[in-house]
Design a protein around this ligand. Structure first.
Ligand code: CUA
Length: 353
């Protein structure tokens, strides 16, 4: 299906607007529960140039809509108060007015102007963000959406990982943006890390692009923002913004393969002999499964199942035994291993640092 740029721009804009409103509502409604104004997903705490542009646009839209709200409710309150029923009313119907060109023109033209202004300003922000040229030092990352996890590839560095993205911090003096190429292996997903940029869909048979450039080191949380199936809600993203040196160290670490060692030997054989290897890649032991996350550096990640649970030894064991205990509807089957096989596989996975 071919979609025109206008429709896509409109979809992006619409998705930006509704997403912002939903997040805003959720932040206002859940204020009592989650009061930290700098929570990792706060849309009012941008930390990357595209997120700043979007936050400024959101303030502008809020200002205009707040003015409309105040005007309409001000007039309603004024009329209700001024023309309320009083004890000495004569009970007759007031004069009925029908048709006023001045009034009808005003309430048609003013909203049109408001909508046109909001559309133009929004189009300008989208254009500004999309037209930024890629500088020579930019980092390229390919992200492929799967039900229900993120495959992450750094083609220049030969690094593949999942669900947790490392990018360098950039600044005006030393720009180091990360350009993302977004694809899908199955259905439509949407990449959204609110503090870093707007959301962009990952659509089958199409490549979308976006860029981020965190200003401060830290972890930025995000989430799939397009309903993609049972576990859409547990398709979480963690973006680690590293200082440039730390980022280079991380890349170097990811380029090494785990040394085979005696502790993991039995588990590695089980891993290769069972279906594990059909879906998961571990560099250096053969097999190139891409249906599930690359496990070459599994233990360098903080979470399992795309943020479903913490990556600890107990959780890893429980995950392999029964993945849908953590994530009902997950596409990884329970492996039905015996207790001792399970222990050996876990022992092996723990060596993948
Ligand atoms: Cu992937 Cu929702």
């Amino acid at each position: 299906m071919i979609e025109s740029p206008i429709i896509l721009t409109f979809q992006r804009r619409a998705s930006l607007a509704t997403g912002g409103i939903v997040l805003l509502c959720s932040q206002v409604c859940c204020g009592a529960v989650r009061s930290d104004p700098f929570s990792p997903t706060n849309i009012f705490s941008p930390a990357s140039p595209p997120a700043h542009a979007i936050a400024n646009l959101a303030y502008f839209v809020l200002l205009i809509t707040a003015a409309i709200f105040a005007t309409v409710f001000g007039l309603i309150i004024y009329v209700v108060a001024k023309y309320r029923r009083r004890p000495n009313d004569d009970g007759k119907e007031p004069p009925q007015v029908y048709g006023s060109n001045a009034v009808e023109t005003a309430w048609t033209v003013v909203p049109i102007i408001v909508v046109v202004v909001l559309s133009l300003v929004t189009a300008r922000v989208i254009h500004q963000i999309q037209e930024v040229p890629k500088p020579p030092g930019a980092v390229d990352v390919q992200i492929i959406g799967h039900q229900f996890w993120w495959e992450i590839r750094y083609p220049k560095y030969g690094v593949v990982t999942a669900n947790e993205i490392h990018v360098p911090v950039g600044s005006a003096a030393e720009p180091r943006p990360t350009f993302l190429e977004l694809r899908s292996a199955d259905v439509a997903h949407s990449f959204w890390v609110p503090r870093l940029a707007g959301k962009t869909n990952l659509i089958p048979n199409r490549v979308n692009t976006m860029w981020i450039e965190p200003e401060r080191a830290g972890v930025y949380l995000g989430q799939c923002a397009e309903y993609c199936g049972t576990q859409h809600a547990l398709m979480l993203i963690r973006v680690y913004a590293d200082d440039p040196d730390a980022f280079d160290r991380w890349i170097k670490g990811q380029q090494q393969y785990a040394e085979p060692n005696a502790i993991g030997a039995a588990g590695r054989e089980l891993f290769q002999a069972n279906a594990c290897i059909n879906c998961h890649t571990v560099n250096g032991i053969g097999g190139a499964g891409r249906f599930g996350p690359d496990l070459t550096h599994l233990m360098s990640r903080a979470t399992l199942g795309s943020g479903a649970t913490e990556n600890t030894q107990e959780n890893l064991r429980a995950w392999i035994m029964q993945p849908d205990h953590f994530k009902p509807g997950v596409l990884m089957p329970a492996m039905n291993l015996s207790d001792s096989d399970l222990d050996n596989v876990v022992r092996y996975l723990l060596t993948l640092k």
